[in-house]
Structures are given as structure tokens and as C-alpha cells.
Ligand binder design. Structure first.
Ligand code: NAD
Length: 349
């Protein structure tokens, strides 16, 4: 089978394989990495119903002894209760340090599965098999794992790299349109922050999934290799996210992540020219609208500002925001909160 391989050199080096129909090859691809072992698959109820049987067959036909753990679909499953329940499942199934976990699903399963793998027996190998566009281009790459706690999203987690990522782009054919579109916001983000050529390609809708996923993964790989532990350039990946998270929170998560990021990217692009950078807001807005995003903010400047005060990226009196200098070039700006308050009033009046 033809597929692309992107190598990541982080604290653990690993390959990300991307191809249409690649699920059929997953057992063959993992064997050199995990050898003869038992595999614990974690997945969610939707992915299990659509593709679970096929993954089990592929693994079992290759001689693996596989156990499966299914969580309910949705963000609410990325919680401490499920983390503990899955760790307990691994223990009861007598998974050992020579065995491996496979996270088969979107970002929820990937984050929970990855965190579990990093904690169980102080670390067992894990493989990411992303099934959403967002997971393929973002959450399965770079080794961030997390769960949500009542105080906030992703507040408990670890940096823990998988031993392999196996991305079958065909699995995304079954995604509901709005979930696929959420992933498109992240894809557009990659074009905006680091690759004007990719951005141009995205005007062709639908884009060629395999090559676009591969390019996004390369971009994220390059960023992660420079700053695995998120102390600098990795912050660029937050383009649109600082404002997006504020919008998600204000809407009580009624606005989806992708739509919130789309709105957030537009706010950042409107702020940029007020800071002496070029004005790409109309161009970006037009592309986002073509993808079907509602880019109106829906909240006033005070509401956004107050929601931002609780952001993880705030440091005392400043907050890191990512602003576009051009299509394909963004920069990280550590902005005094008072200045941001004034700018928000100008762009959201
Ligand atoms: N670790 C990271 O670096 C990182 C980066 C970005 C986002 N995230 C996390 O990722 C999560 C969001 O990921 P997501 O958007 O993939 O959400 P998700 O995992 O909840 O998946 C979205 C929905 O799609 C369904 N689904 C998944 N694959 C499917 C398929 N092939 N066909 C049909 N339905 C399918 C799921 O059951 C779910 O209902 C958030 O928790 C976010 O915090 C993590």
C-alpha cells in the first residue's frame, strides 16, 4: 500500500504514517515496534460502532491478543473518572510494560489514551490511530495528553510521545460534516501561521485530504521538534485559540471548537493591522465563510476580555497572542492586558 511517512525527532522518535486505507496495515506497521505483545484498544462509542470491528479483525488476524475499552463519545468522557476506570481495566487485564495501548478515535480518545499510557506502570507504549481530521492534523501529533477537570479543560496532562501514529484518511469519510469542518479550521490555521502555499491550496474545496493532512503534520512536526515542551515557538499553534477558547467558554461550549477558532482567528487578524502589521482579515474571513463558518464573534469586548483573564497563556499582566504578519506568517506577541483590552474594544465595537 502507498502511504506517506513523516518522521518526528522528539524525546522519543517515531513515524507518522498517512494513507488512504492504511488501517489494513496497522498490525504490520506496529509489529517491529511492539513485537509479540498484548494490545489494549481504547475507542469511543461512535468510532467503535463504525470501525471498531475492522480494527479488531486486522489486529487479531495478525495474531495479536487484543482487549478493547469503549468510552461514550464526547468531550465529557475526557475526565478523571474514565482515566481511572481505564487504568483499572488495564490492570485487571494484566497489561504489562511490554504491552501497548492503541488510541483509536478523535482527540478525546487520543488525549485520554495517551495520558493513561503515560501513567500506567509509569509508562507503556502507545499508538495513535486518529479518526477525525482534527486528531490527524493536531492532537495525535506532538505528544500532548490531557483530561479535563471541573476547574477547566486540559488542566491535567503530560507530554508523552507515541511510538507510532497511523492515520487512515479514509476513516474520516464517516465523519459528520460539522466535525470534519472543525478540523478544517485547524488546517486553515496551519496555512495562516506558517505556509502560504498550503493556504492557497485550501481555496480548492474539498481539498486533497491526504496531501493536506501530510503537510499539516509536517508543519506541526517542525514546530514540535523546535519546542516539544511548549516554552516558545509551539505557542504559534495557538493562533485563533486564545480568543477561541474565550468564545467556547462564554458559549458554555455550544460553539464548537473549530467555529470558535475560526472566530478567534478573525479577531486576531483584525487586531494585527492596529499593531502595525498587514491586514489579512478580509481575505481570511472570506475563506472561512467559504468553509461554512459563522465568523461573527457573538460577544462584546468586555465579555471576551474577562474570559481571557482566566487563560493559561496569561502571565501576570501580559498574555501571549498570535498575530498574522501576512498569510503564511504569524508571530507571537506578549501583549500587556491593558493594551489588549483597548484593541478588543476597537475590533469588536
Ligand atoms: N493533544 C493535543 O495536542 C490536542 C490538540 C488539539 C485538540 N485536542 C483535544 O482534542 C479533542 C477534540 O478532538 P476531536 O475534535 O477529534 O473530538 P472527538 O474525539 O470528541 O471527536 C468528535 C466526534 O467525532 C466522532 N468521530 C470520531 N471519529 C469518527 C469517524 N471516523 N466517523 C464518525 N464519527 C467519528 C466522535 O465519536 C465524536 O463524537 C479536545 O478534547 C481537545 O482538547 C488535543
Amino acid at each position: 500500500m502507498q502511504y506517506r511517512t513523516i518522521h518526528v525527532d522528539a524525546s522519543r522518535s517515531y513515524d507518522i504514517h498517512i494513507g488512504k486505507g492504511l488501517l489494513t496495515d496497522v498490525a504490520r506497521l506496529i509489529r517491529p515496534l511492539v513485537g509479540e505483545c498484548r494490545l489494549a484498544v481504547i475507542t469511543d462509542s461512535n468510532v467503535n460502532a463504525l470501525h471498531g470491528e475492522r480494527l479488531m479483525q486486522v489486529l487479531e488476524n495478525d495474531g495479536y491478543n487484543v482487549v478493547k475499552y469503549v468510552i461514550p463519545a464526547g468531550e465529557a468522557s475526557k475526565c478523571a473518572e474514565n482515566l481511572l476506570a481505564f487504568l483499572n481495566f488495564l490492570a485487571l487485564e494484566q497489561i504489562t510494560r511490554s504491552d501497548a495501548v492503541i488510541a483509536f478515535g478523535g482527540g478525546v480518545v487520543g488525549d485520554l489514551g495517551g495520558l493513561s499510557a503515560s501513567l500506567f506502570l509509569r509508562g507503556v507504549k502507545y499508538i495513535q490511530v486518529p479518526t477525525t481530521l482534527l486528531a490527524a492534523v493536531d492532537s495525535s501529533v506532538g505528544g500532548k495528553t490531557a483530561i479535563d477537570i471541573p476547574a477547566g479543560k486540559n488542566l491535567v496532562g503530560s507530554f508523552y510521545q507515541p511510538v507510532m501514529v497511523c492515520c487512515d484518511t479514509e476513516l474520516m469519510d464517516t465523519l459528520p460534516a460539522e466535525i470534519y469542518r472543525d478540523g478544517c479550521a485547524e488546517v486553515i490555521k496551519y496555512g495562516m501561521i506558517l505556509d502560504g502555499e498550503l493556504y492557497k491550496v485550501l481555496h480548492e474545496i474539498p481539498f486533497d485530504r491526504e496531501s493536506v493532512v501530510a503537510r499539516c503534520v509536517e508543519i506541526k512536526r517542525d514546530v514540535v521538534q523546535q519546542d516539544e515542551f511548549d516554552n516558545g515557538v509551539r505557542g504559534l499553534l495557538n493562533f485563533g485559540h486564545t480568543f477561541g477558547h474565550a468564545i467556547e467558554k462564554l458559549s458554555n461550549f455550544a460553539v464548537s471548537h473549530g467555529e470558535a477558532v475560526a472566530k478567534g482567528m478573525v479577531i486576531a487578524s483584525r487586531i494585527a493591522p492596529l499593531c502595525g502589521m498587514c491586514d489579512v482579515a478580509d481575505e481570511l474571513s472570506a475563506l472561512l465563510v467559504e468553509y461554512g463558518f459563522d465568523i461573527t464573534c457573538g460577544y462584546n469586548a468586555d465579555e471576551i476580555y474577562n474570559a481571557l483573564l482566566a487563560d493559561k497563556k496569561r502571565r501576570g499582566g501580559t498574555i501571549a497572542v498570535v498575530l498574522p504578519r501576512a498569510i503564511g506568517e504569524c508571530i507571537l506577541v506578549n501583549m500587556p492586558l491593558d493594551d489588549l483590552n483597548v484593541l478588543l474594544k476597537k475590533v469588536l465595537s
